[in-house]
Write a protein that binds this ligand. Structure first.
Ligand SMILES: NC(=O)c1ccc[n+]([C@@H]2O[C@H](COP(=O)([O-])OP(=O)(O)OC[C@H]3O[C@@H](n4cnc5c(N)ncnc54)[C@H](O)[C@@H]3O)[C@@H](O)[C@H]2O)c1
Length: 428
């Protein structure tokens, strides 16, 4: 069973010395930039991006120093760096920031290879600084409530759980956020973006993945409307540290859905289904009539609120998560204690995506998730550079689809070029 949640410090009050933060990446990075305020005890001081036109515009909006060079950005007088650069390039950027003496919060994924995961854990330990995975889905009101219920023993020990993050998009929107044939979204295998499905379940139950297997879904990808090489979704099974099985589903298959369910030894709980991709944001807890204990009811359904700071959370994006990630990062830096979403959990969950892809390419064979708290595991994986990303291409590297290397169609390419021109992207 996880530890009881410690009482959090108050948000919304000015603290004497704000944590000075720099953000890299002006897309998603703006959620962190706009949230780095005195409400969470932070102050935005610098932004970095190589996309000059956008950087200029965003820098003006926030009135902070801008950099196109990450090395120069790291020389800025600041305490912490938030990484919202490309999905598959976070680990080397995090390691550089730690070596420059900055605390790091990183968007998903922490590591794009197992070797990077091992190196990142060592770098955090060596630095003694704070590292946090910026997973926002654990912080919805319903997931925080399920964590509270779980900690109080409401459902007993988790035996089985399901997590879903399935996010289909219109072709034009999807192309607009994936500029370039080698943009990570156009090359990502279907299992890699698994932390939105897995992190809430880990947060609720405080269990860790120890073994994975997975299958990839090939239906529903119209290649005349995309230049994506990957499959449309995947199902991952994780054996957890307490023996439970978690099933994760995600990708871009029809039916936007963000949903979680847990079955324990005493009862079950879930977020209720529809309408909308979050559903009505209600929790349903249910148990068998024949095992009711005094004071218990067979079933109850209700809409929970956040345990605190509900007004601030409600005003932020991703169901409140965009407030809580900045808030918990600032709290962790101030307290000197690593946050719940620390480097070991972050790397283990990111590694699930990598190992699940190995499994999917072997039609569901099981793979162990290394425990990078152990130095011997880090040594064992120090040279595991297995990677589907074009920058790592070479003999022995895997494709991004179980169907093998997928080339863009003529129609998909023409549509992509049209959209990329419209958004001002002039690269390949
Ligand atoms: N948690 C969430 O809800 C959520 C939502 C969207 C995106 N994300 C994550 O945020 C990250 C960024 O995604 P995005 O949607 O902004 O798209 P993106 O990955 O296209 O944007 C990355 C930005 O970083 C910049 N960049 C890349 N390399 C750089 C370098 N070497 N130096 C300076 N700048 C560099 C790019 O120019 C771009 O503007 C990804 O990891 C993604 O998974 C998370």
């Amino acid at each position: 069973m996880p530890q009881k949640t410690k009482k959090r410090k108050t948000a919304g009050k000015k603290t004497a010395k704000p944590i000075r933060v720099g953000v890299i990446g002006v897309g998603r990075g703006q959620a962190f930039a706009s949230g780095a305020t005195d409400l969470v005890g932070m102050k935005l001081v610098a932004i970095c991006d190589t996309w000059k036109e956008r950087l200029k515009e965003v820098g003006k909006r926030y009135g902070v120093t801008t950099y196109t060079s990450y090395d120069r950005f790291l020389e800025h007088d600041m305490d912490a760096v938030i990484l919202a650069n490309f999905f598959h390039e976070h680990a080397p950027f995090a390691i550089k920031a730690l070596e420059a003496g900055k605390h790091v919060m990183s968007e998903t994924s922490c590591n794009s290879t197992l070797a990077e995961g091992a190196a990142l854990c060592s770098a955090v330990e060596k630095s003694g600084l704070t590292y946090m995975l910026a997973e926002n889905y654990p912080y919805t009101a319903f997931n925080m409530e399920m964590r509270r219920l779980y900690q109080e023993g409401e459902i007993g020990d988790v035996a089985y759980a399901e997590g879903e993050y399935n996010h289909p998009m219109p072709a034009t929107s999807s192309l607009a956020i994936s500029p370039g044939l080698e943009h990570w979204r156009n090359c990502i295998p279907s299992t890699y973006y698994c932390t939105h499905a897995l992190a809430p379940l880990v947060f609720i139950t405080d269990t860790m993945p120890v073994k994975v297997n997975a299958l990839s879904i090939v239906h529903g990808r119209d290649r005349t409307q995309t230049v994506r090489r990957g499959d449309s979704g995947s199902v991952i099974l994780c054996r957890m540290s307490n023996g439970a099985i978690f099933r994760l589903f995600g990708g871009g298959t029809a039916g936007h859905s963000i949903w979680y369910r847990l079955h324990g030894t005493r009862a079950a709980m879930e977020t209720t289904r529809g309408p909308g991709y979050f559903g009505p944001e209600q929790i349903r807890v249910w148990r068998e009539e024949w095992r009711l204990e005094p004071g218990e009811v067979v079933e109850r359904t209700y809409k929970p609120d956040w345990p605190e700071h509900a007004d601030l959370a409600r005003r932020s994006g991703h169901g409140g998560g965009d407030f809580w990630t900045n808030f918990d990062f600032a709290q962790a830096i101030r307290s000197g204690k690593q946050p719940f979403l620390d480097v070991y959990r972050g790397v283990a969950m990111s590694s699930v995506g990598i190992l699940a892809w190995k499994s999917a390419l072997e039609d569901g064979a099981p793979f162990d998730v290394p425990d990078f708290k152990k130095k011997s595991s880090r040594r064992a994986y120090a040279d595991d550079h297995w990677s589907p990303w074009p920058k790592d291409a070479g003999p022995g590297q895997p494709p991004s689809s179980i169907l093998g290397e997928q080339r863009p169609t003529k129609e998909g390419l023409a549509l992509a070029r049209k959209i990329w021109k419209e958004i001002g992207y002039h690269g390949k």
